[in-house]
Design a protein around this ligand. Structure first.
Ligand code: EPZ
Length: 417
């Protein structure tokens, strides 16, 4: 296994570019299962989860080639079974369920287990697909789904689930009649998926709102589609500028899709300005000040930026309260930040962060994707050397992160653990 060795205390200055969005690319690639014609995806990030998805799609009958951040998909004869040894490495594999049922009327997908941040059930996915005419059995850890032909339905989610909205959006695109998704998730990645499906001939409206309407069509053609920039990678780089007291132009950084994060960073004393190529980010003269945050579904503050913001809070004047309302166990980074000298107290789903003068480098352990990012950020600012172990978590969601950060002044090397 690899680790990152980070010599801290250096300000980052220069231009750092954001790659394509992992959380837009994954559902969009799974939507390949719905298509009758070859399709090209551009600006696809070179990530472990992308290669896992490509492997799975190829096994299912959608042959995919990846080169230079481009995926070329050629549809073939579909099979209905997603093998456990692939699904268990990536929860997002459950996104093949809706498309397989829509195309084949059957699907066998391993029930995704929990992960470090929570139980992450898929009951909303199954409940919605059942309303569209699917029947499910659970056999030896596999979800076995069957239907004659999916039909439109009026579905109201118990909570705005991103994956549930994506699964049902894809399934409804080829179902008979109209489907209405109420209390749908509004994340920009769902808008990107809907725009992709529309470019293939789907009839969708209301995407980006909590009520999405889909008129099923009989088939979907091919297209060439650019994946949107990764707003969470972008937000991570904005924090990197603040935590190292540097000055970065974060290229391709979206403003609107990141507004909740930008407003929070500005409240903490960062100066963020729109630039023709992205967003300029630096720490203000008055330094960093504490702020409170609650994670919420979009357009609220994204849970995927909670860990990164907490690292910044560790160096802010005053105390900050963090409430994690989406996942039940998303404070795994706290114990590692404490090893670096942070002052954080966790009570249930809340964490109180009291700012300190500086952090000190230490050996720390990554536990999940965004916790890894928060430890890298803390290591960049800390006095001394930080060893971040188990960075396979990081490689799932950040393309060449040490190369990008070293190009703007960081001192990071990747080593065998
Ligand atoms: C997506 O996960 C993202 N993953 C996550 O990003 C992100 O944190 C999450 O949305 C929330 O924004 C991808 O897009 C691949 P949910 P997803 O369904 O779809 C509960 C990262 O770091 N729920 O919106 O799994 C669930 O337990 C990853 O890039 C049910 O109860 O999230 C959670 O509490 C981590 N039943 C809440 O809803 C269901 O059937 C939100 O989950 C579905 C969800």
């Amino acid at each position: 296994m690899d680790k990152l060795v980070i010599e801290g205390g250096v300000s980052l200055n220069g231009v750092i570019a954001v790659s394509g969005s992992k959380n837009a690319a994954l559902p969009i690639l799974f939507a390949s299962i719905l298509l009758d014609a070859p399709t090209t995806f551009t600006n696809v990030p070179n990530l472990r989860d992308i290669h896992t998805t490509i492997k799975l799609l190829t096994l299912l009958g959608c042959a995919c080639d990846f080169a230079d951040n481009t995926v070329c998909m050629t549809p073939g004869t579909l099979t209905a079974e997603a093998p456990y040894d692939l699904v268990r490495t990536m929860r997002a594999s459950v996104l093949c369920l809706g498309p397989l049922l829509a195309r084949l009327g059957q699907a066998k997908v391993a029930l995704p287990g929990g992960c470090a941040i929570g139980a992450r059930p898929v009951d909303q996915h199954l409940k919605g697909l059942e309303k569209m005419g699917a029947h499910f059995d659970l056999d030896a850890g596999n979800i076995i789904g069957r239907c004659t032909k999916l039909h439109g339905a009026h579905i109201t989610f118990d909570m705005p689930t991103v994956g549930g909205t994506e699964n049902l959006l894809m399934a409804a695109s080829l179902a008979e009649g109209e489907t209405v998704l109420e209390n749908a998730a509004r994340e920009p990645e769902i808008v990107d998926l809907a725009n992709f499906l529309i470019s293939c001939g789907a009839r969708i409206s209301g995407h980006g709102t909590s009520c999405i309407r889909i008129q099923g069509v009989s088939s979907l053609g091919g297209t060439t589609y650019p994946i949107m920039p990764d707003r969470i990678e972008a937000g991570t780089f904005l924090v990197a500028a603040g935590i190292t007291n540097g000055n970065l132009l974060v290229k391709n950084c979206p403003w609107q899709e990141l507004e909740a994060v930008i407003l929070k960073l500005q409240s903490m004393g960062m100066v963020l300005e729109k630039h023709p190529e992205g967003v300029l980010a630096r720490r203000g003269e008055a330094g960093l000040r504490s702020v409170d945050v609650q994670t919420r579904p979009f357009p609220g503050f994204p849970t995927d930026m909670q860990a990164q913001l907490m690292s910044l809070m560790c160096l802010a004047k005053g105390s900050s309260l963090v409430e994690e309302s989406i996942f039940e166990n998303r404070f795994m980074h706290v114990s590692e930040l404490l090893r670096m000298g942070a002052h954080i107290r966790v009570t249930g789903r809340s964490a109180m962060v009291r700012g300190v003068e500086h952090l000190t480098g230490a050996p720390v352990m990554a536990s999940d994707l965004r916790a890894s990012a928060s430890l890298v950020l803390a290591g960049l600012a800390a006095h001394g050397t930080t060893h971040v172990r188990r960075i396979y978590h990081l490689d799932r969601g950040y393309e060449n992160i040490e190369t990008k950060l070293n190009a703007v002044g960081a001192r990071i090397r990747r080593e065998q653990e």
